[in-house]
Design a protein around this ligand. Sequence first.
Ligand SMILES: [Fe+2]
Length: 212
Amino acid sequence: MHVHTNYRREIENLADLSHIAWVHPHTVGGDPKYSAMKSRYEITPRGLNTHCWIRSVAPTGAVVHLFPDGARLDICLDIQHTVPCNWVMRFRAFTAGTATDGVSNGQLVVDTWTCQTVTPGDENSVDYYYSWGASKATEVPGMSDLLGSTLDEAFEEDRRLLEAQHQRRSERPDLPLLNIANDAGPVKMLWVLDKLLAEERAAASSAPGTAG
Ligand SMILES: [Fe+2]
C-alpha cells in the first residue's frame, strides 16, 4: 500500500494502538477499552518492545459476528518494533477469564502473528507491506484469509487518517503538539530513531576522507 505521509507518522501510528478504539471500530478495534490500554515498554538497541493485556473487551469489529452476543475476550499484544519501521506483533485472544494480572486464565481462542514493514520513499511517501495469519494450532478454514482482508480494510482507514494528518502538519508546521499518556510509545520509538540517526551522522562525519 502506498501512503502519502512521512514515515515518522507511520511509526507514531504503529507505536500507539489506542487509536484502534475509534479509527477501526469495524475492523481491528471498536471497544472503548482499547483506548485505555496500559502497555509495558522496553527500549531495545534498535527499537521498542511493547507488552499489553486488555481484559474483558468486546471482540474486534471484523470478527464480532462470529461470537455470541455479549462475548468478552482477554487480548494480549506482544510487539517488537525496530528502526526504521519493522513491526511484528503476536496477537492472542482468550475467552475472558478472572485473572487481573499476568496470563489470562480464559481459554485460548486464537494465536496469531502479523509482520508489517514501512519503507520510506521520500519525505512525503511510504510503501507499507503487511501480513497476518493464525498459528497452526488455532487456524480454522478461512481464518487467515479473514485476518488478511481485515488488514486491507483497516489500513485504508489508517491511510485516510495519516494522509490528512500529514497534509495538516505540512500546512501548519508551527502547530504545537501536545503529547498525552497514549503517546508514550511514539515518543520512545522516535527517541530511538533520532538517537540512531545522530549516531549514523556522527560515524559518517568521522569516517576517513570526510574530514573538513
Ligand atoms: Fe491503525
